[in-house]
Write a protein that binds this ligand. Structure first.
Ligand code: 5GP
Length: 113
C-alpha cells in the first residue's frame, strides 16, 4: 500500500499545523478551510475509509469523537460544530485515510450539500 498523505503528516515527513496529538490520533488544520475553523481529526492507524473499519477499530472510532469534543472545548467553539466523514469518492472523499472534518465558526446549513 502506498503511504497516504496523512501518514506523511503523522510521520512529520510533510508539514501541517498540528493542534493536538496523542497515541491514537492527530488533529491538523485543513489546508483548504471550508469554515473559520476546519480541523481534520485523523487516526494514526491507516483505515482507508469508515466503511473499512471493523470491530477491532471500535476504540479508535470512539476516541476520534472524544477528541472532537476536546478540541471544541480547547478552541472555545461554544459547543457548536459539525463533524463530517466523506466515505468514498462519490461522497467527496479525496484522501483515503479515514478522517473526521470538524467545521465551526459560521452558520452551517441543513441539509448539507
Ligand atoms: P476528503 O475530501 O478526503 O474528505 O478530505 C480531505 C481533506 O484534506 C480536504 O478537506 C483537503 O483540503 C485536505 N488536505 C488535502 N491535502 C492537504 C494537506 O497537504 N495538508 C492539509 N492540512 N490538509 C490537506
Amino acid at each position: 500500500m502506498p503511504t497516504t498523505l496523512f501518514e506523511k503528516i503523522i510521520n512529520k515527513e510533510i508539514p501541517a499545523e498540528i493542534l493536538y496529538e496523542d497515541d491514537i490520533s492527530i488533529v491538523i488544520k485543513d489546508i483548504n478551510p471550508q469554515a473559520p475553523t476546519h480541523l481534520l481529526i485523523i487516526p494514526k492507524k491507516v483505515i482507508p475509509k469508515l466503511s473499512d473499519a471493523n470491530q477491532e477499530d471500535q476504540k479508535i472510532l470512539g476516541h476520534l469523537m472524544l477528541v472532537a469534543g476536546k478540541m471544541s472545548q480547547q478552541l472555545k467553539l461554544d459547543d457548536t460544530f459539525r463533524l463530517i466523514v466523506n466515505n468514498g469518492a462519490k461522497a467527496g472523499q479525496s484522501v483515503f485515510h479515514l478522517h473526521l472534518h470538524l467545521l465551526s465558526g459560521r452558520a452551517l446549513n441543513w441539509p448539507p450539500g
